[in-house]
Design a protein around this ligand. Structure first.
Ligand code: GYE
Length: 347
């Protein structure tokens, strides 16, 4: 009898035990990977022994351009190509970038690559990288530092020239439409305050605007390079100014937001509309809008910078000299030339 009772207990508790263990494990199987997402996994030293360890601090994921930029880096710095990539997304916050760079220094990365969200405030952390003898490659936007030995090289685009291209396009357009002496009311959606892309595009466009007494920049508002903030800012400006002739929007995401605001306000835009639209970046979605006449012109900003990073690191590894700056080539798209580029646009 005693034996039978023992057997019974064993059977019940044995099964309950297994059941409880399963109950604990099953949810973890689903949630487990989620818990680790976003947490940087440190390299096992043996795994990275023969690889070049590169810490990349990306400033954020605010735009379609940024997604393409990140992809270009990740496609270039692969294990097959000889790299161990430690990637960090700073979510548009400088303090996160500083923390990430300090992390790369303490992990003894071979190279630090970073796209600075704003231009100022980098001296201290760059000095720390220099003291640790880690070469720094700056990509996309620029840093404003007195001592340029704080970084090895910069790969980016000429934001000031992009702004000028926008101004020159408007000059040509108005001349062609016999409106060169008309009063032209302009509003500007600027990118992240203090960023190279916003500073340069603003300066470049203003340089051309200053040559025309009849161009009035009614207001410039920041949309932080995002569609949501671009829409909000444009909605406000549409309420304040009933007679906008031109929108200069410093990236495609803000342009998409602004177009939604114009639609909602019943204001026509583009080729056959009241507000002429000038945009920057030239992502695929925006080029389609150039093709169908919703955006008048898109000034290209080239996000494909990964291959340059790879090339520069290879040169540095073999002791070859590198330039202090590399400027990536860019185009201007209007309805006249956009078709031939549309098919090959991957981003
Ligand atoms: O134009 C914009 C992004 O810094 C050039 O940043 C880059 C800009 C790009 O958010 O879409």
């Amino acid at each position: 009898m005693k034996k039978a009772v023992e057997k019974c207990k064993e059977l019940i508790f044995g099964h309950v035990g297994v059941f409880i263990v399963l109950l604990c494990i099953i949810p973890f199987l689903f949630v487990g990977p989620e818990l680790f997402r976003g947490i940087e996994v440190e390299q096992a030293p043996s795994e990275s022994e023969d690889l070049i360890v590169v810490g990349v601090s990306q400033l954020g994921s605010e735009s379609g351009w940024r997604t393409a930029h990140t992809l270009s880096i990740q496609e270039a710095l692969t294990k097959d190509a000889g790299y161990f990539l430690i990637f960090n997304n700073a979510r548009q916050m400088q303090e996160n970038q500083i923390k990430a760079i300090r992390g790369f220094i303490s992990q003894r990365a071979d190279y630090i690559v970073f796209a600075p969200v704003v231009e100022t405030g980098w001296e201290t952390v760059l000095q720390e990288a220099k003291d640790a003898d880690i070469p720094v490659i700056i990509i996309d936007r620029m840093v404003d530092v007195k001592d340029d030995s704080l970084y090895t090289t910069w790969i980016g685009t000429d934001a000031r020239e992009e702004g000028k291209k926008a101004g020159r396009w408007l000059e040509r357009y108005l001349r062609k439409k016999n409106r060169a002496s008309e009063e032209i009311n302009i509003v500007v959606l600027q990118g992240t305050p203090g960023s190279t892309a916003a500073l340069g595009r603003t300066e470049g466009f203003e340089e051309i605007a200053a040559l025309h007494d009849n161009w009035y920049i009614l207001e410039s508002m920041t949309g932080d390079f995002t569609a949501a903030k671009g829409k909000e800012a444009m909605r406000e400006m549409l309420q304040r100014y009933p007679s906008i002739n031109v929108l200069v929007s410093q990236n495609d995401d803000m342009t998409m937001g602004a177009i939604e605001a114009m639609r909602e306000a019943g204001v026509s835009f583009g080729e056959n509309g009241k507000v002429k639209v000038i945009s920057f970046d030239a992502t695929r979605d925006a080029l389609e809008m150039v093709n169908n006449g919703q955006i008048n012109v898109d000034i290209e900003c080239n996000p494909k910078q990964g291959a340059y990073i790879d090339e520069i690191i290879r040169k540095l590894e073999s002791g070859e000299p590198v330039e202090k700056s590399y400027i990536v080539e860019e185009n201007v798209f209007t309805k006249d030339n956009v078709k031939e580029f549309l098919d090959s646009r991957t981003y």
